[in-house]
Design a protein around this ligand. Structure first.
Ligand code: NAP
Length: 295
């Protein structure tokens, strides 16, 4: 097995590295804040002093950092991955970033004989810890085949959706569906409450039919319970919605619902609620209605 490097040991990258070790890979890690590497070092990972040093030691490098400029920094920046890379290596970016940047990076890496796969994930912190993420993968058949055993170590589902950038574009499709569905769930629960209905009975009645969805089934009960703990925070959701709005603008696609939700989340961020789960969108509709969709 090739040695695998992981750059970025946050909630997601930390879980990915731990699952790679569990799957028997030799793993080298690097994190900007070095303390986050300590538990992985204890679990058997080697710790590198920079992304460049990590790239010198590994055949395959997984990146999972916050946003588009952060990926550019760890790949193309000073002492970044490209400073230590050589032809024949493969970079798998699991961060959620702009599809255009993923395509650009794949071109730059390809020009140096380095493979590139964009593999953003969904499944949240639980999925990263348990190794049950879903990856939406862009890249050539050859690069994706090489990435697959690595992705399988922390994913329950790996879907090759197209060439470089297609994984990132698909992740943004996922985000449109998540937030517009949550707006529907929010309106429906507030309407049900205003009708004087029993919200548990309503959820039981509609969840199994055509209106059923993951957001309704998992986040609907949290709204009724007034449980705003995040599976995915509003702040991270807003980063992804910005990526949707920019990418939609590039291709002229109308994203009316997504733009509206982006504005509504902003009011929650203004109130200091950016750390709550994305289902707290219900609070905006509740304020407009002057009632709470709780029990
Ligand atoms: P996180 O816990 O905040 O971790 C972010 C990681 O990126 C940290 O290791 C951080 O280093 C590193 N980083 C940020 N900017 C950097 C820079 N300029 N240079 C070097 N390192 C940098 O975030 P996360 O939840 O793991 O998310 C990572 C990616 O996965 C994001 O693109 C996110 O959208 C995506 N994602 C997250 C979830 C989720 O539920 N959390 C779900 C699906 C996808 P420090 O430790 O030094 O800050």
């Amino acid at each position: 097995m090739e040695r695998v490097g992981v750059v970025g040991l946050g909630i997601m990258g930390g879980g990915m590295a731990a699952n790679l070790l569990r799957a028997g890979f030799e793993v080298t890690v690097w994190n900007r804040t070095p303390a986050k590497a300590a538990p992985l070092a204890e679990a058997g990972a080697e710790v590198a002093g920079s992304p460049a040093e990590l790239a010198q030691r590994c055949g395959i490098v997984v990146v999972c950092v916050s946003d588009t400029p952060d990926v550019l920094e760890v790949v193309t920046g000073d002492r970044g991955i490209l400073d230590g890379a050589r032809p024949g290596q493969l970079v798998i970016d699991c961060s959620t970033i702009a599809p255009g940047t993923a395509r650009h990076l794949a071109g730059e890496l390809g020009g140096r004989g380095i493979g590139a796969v964009d593999a953003p994930v969904s499944g949240g912190s639980e999925g990263a810890a348990n190794g049950t993420l879903s990856a939406m993968v862009g890249g050539s058949d050859e690069d994706v085949a090489r990435a697959r055993p690595v992705l399988d170590a922390f994913c329950a589902s790996v879907t090759h959706v197209g060439p470089a950038g297609a994984g990132q574009a698909t992740k943004l499709v996922n985000q449109i569906l998540v937030v517009v569905t949550m707006l529907g769930v929010s309106e429906a629960l507030v309407f049900a409450k205003a009708q004087g209905l029993d919200l548990d009975a309503v959820l039981a009645a509609v969840s199994g039919g055509a209106a059923g969805s993951w957001m309704l089934g998992n986040r609907g009960p949290q709204v009724i319970d007034r449980d705003w703990r995040p599976g995915f925070t509003i702040d991270l959701q807003q980063k992804d919605l910005r990526l949707v709005l920019e990418a939609a603008d590039d291709v002229g696609a109308p994203v009316l619902g997504t733009a509206l939700v982006h504005q509504l989340y902003r009011t929650l961020q203004r109130d200091g609620l950016g750390g709550e789960g994305n289902h707290a969108l219900a609070k905006v509709i509740e304020r407009l209605a002057g009632l709470e969709a709780g029990r």
